[in-house]
Unconditional design. Structure first.
Length: 107
């Protein structure tokens, strides 16, 4: 498979490894089961920097099935639900820092 570089000005956040992610995505588009479950979940919402690969993914029934399986189910009112341990954007939830109350100084 050919290495695909991100166009100038469109960094993917993977730095020097972006070619590897694009190559794995090509494998995923060809056969979703060829990558691990965690990569399938990542690629379910991934937008390729290579137009040809992105177009192939958009028309692939296998890719669409994996993407559908990894989307949050909708409740009765149509809103997506979040499972415990997920913040809805595919990233691990982040802890909100708390501030301990301080005692008022004695007068």
């Amino acid at each position: 498979m050919a290495r695909v570089a991100a166009p100038d000005g469109q960094g993917s956040g993977f730095g020097a490894n972006s070619w590897l992610v694009e190559e794995m995505y090509e494998q995923f588009v060809d056969d979703p089961s060829s990558v691990s479950e965690s990569w399938q979940e990542f690629f379910a919402d991934y937008q390729s920097q290579a137009p040809g690969v992105a177009a192939a993914a958009a028309t692939s029934p296998a890719v669409q099935a994996v993407a559908q399986a990894h989307r949050a189910p909708a409740d009765d009112d149509g809103a997506a639900t979040n499972d415990a341990g997920s913040n809805g954007n595919g990233a691990a939830p982040t802890a909100t820092p708390t501030v301990a109350p301080t005692a008022a100084p004695a007068a």
